[in-house]
Design a protein around this ligand. Structure first.
Ligand code: ATP
Length: 360
């Protein structure tokens, strides 16, 4: 089921009567059968968007369509959605079997069919052997699978997941997110996954929607948004370690960081002497022996071994952060104290200072 949000807006008023634009003119289409990650910092309006799609919040303005049908005014239980929350919200006094079957009893599905569908769902999410346990006898990850089984047993057209992994430890999060991806692929239910965790959203989603201050910042396939951010906010929000930011200046048609010439900016709409912010991804630095080949010479404070990669914790006079990280692949490339780097220019972005708009 395709989901279309048209100029969707939600304005709350807080206790003092001040208006909060939680969601501001959101205009997005979520293709049928896809998994979309709704992503952004705390308070950016992700949950409010999800709750409007679920029918739990009434929009202040705009429309919601499921396929060709407008559902903006349709009651939540009539929308054909499955909802999974962060805290699972299982019924503690019921067994796993009863929890999963509960929505079917409400729909007055024939008992035998309900039993059969419950077992099918339990198999799908891999908890078949736990059907007679109570929620308190399950791990967090198992409880979350039960919550997913309960949400999809009604065969919803749309599955909405609100931070479903945030109560799990790191290993279980990884495992459960793979499970969610697999279940979504197998069922083909159009799914919206809300998270503030960029890595989680990028790894699981067919497309991500990045939000800030209630506004859509960018929508697209995760890799393409990472490689081509439209603005400084998106560039900074995606990526671990985060993108490194420097003061830059345009002189004689070239971009400089301090005295270092980074690249030509001919053909781009940048003014002479314009101050800009330069963003360089941590993996864009290429160690070179010869300082003549180097675009930047950077001093590092210490070396951090993070398994597959090696992080150099660095400082630079033009850096906008007190310290920042560079990722290199090989310890043998490290020279004492300072290193010469060429740059992969595909991973070097130039942003306008005030608007944060990306120019290069
Ligand atoms: P988080 O990740 O912290 O859950 P979020 O991105 O899901 O954040 P929302 O919960 O959608 O953000 O909130 C968006 C904005 O709307 C915030 O500024 C929040 O304080 C405000 N807000 C949310 N619900 C209400 C409400 N019922 N009344 C007043 N303001 C609200």
């Amino acid at each position: 089921m395709e989901i279309k949000l048209q100029n969707l807006t939600k304005i709350f008023s807080d206790k003092s009567g001040k208006e909060v634009r939680a969601v501001d003119n959101l205009d997005i289409t979520i293709p049928n059968g896809k998994l979309i990650g709704l992503l952004g910092p705390s308070g950016c309006g992700k949950s409010t968007t999800l709750y409007m799609i679920a029918g739990l919040h009434t929009p202040t303005g705009g429309k919601i369509f499921f396929g060709d049908e407008e559902v903006t005014e349709v009651a939540p239980e009539k929308r054909g959605i499955g909802l999974v929350f962060q805290n699972y919200a299982l019924y503690p006094h019921m067994t796993v079997r009863q929890n999963i079957m509960f929505p079917l009893e409400n729909l007055r599905v024939d008992k035998e069919e309900a039993e059969q569908r419950t077992v099918e769902m339990a198999k799908l999410v891999g908890i078949e052997e736990l059907l007679d346990r109570k929620p308190a006898q399950l791990s967090g990850g198992q409880q979350q699978r039960v919550a997913i089984a309960r949400a999809i047993v009604k065969k919803p057209k749309v599955l909405l997941l609100d931070e479903p992994l945030s109560n799990l430890d790191a290993r279980l999060r990884l495992q459960t997110r793979e499970e969610i991806k697999r279940i979504q692929r197998e069922t083909g239910i159009t799914t919206i996954f809300v998270t503030h965790d960029q890595e989680e959203a990028m790894s699981i989603s067919d497309e991500i929607v990045v939000m800030n201050f209630g506004l859509e910042q960018q929508k697209g396939e995760p890799q393409s948004v990472y490689d081509n951010p439209t603005n400084q906010f998106v560039a900074q929000f995606l990526g671990t370690p985060p993108i490194n930011l420097y003061e830059g200046v345009i002189k004689n048609g070239k971009l400089f960081i301090g005295n270092s010439e980074i690249r030509s900016v001919e053909g781009f709409n940048l003014k002479e002497d314009e101050g800009v912010t330069v963003g360089i991804r941590p993996e864009a630095y290429i160690p070179v022996k010869d300082s003549k080949q180097a675009k930047l010479v950077i001093a590092y404070n210490f070396v951090e071994s993070i398994g597959r990669d090696i992080g150099l914790v660095c400082a630079h006079p033009e850096s906008l952060n007190e310290s920042f990280r560079i990722i290199i692949r090989d310890l043998a490339e490290i020279t004492p104290e300072k290193m010469n780097f060429d740059l992969n220019l595909k991973k070097v972005f130039v942003f306008r200072k005030i608007s944060g708009e990306r120019v290069i």
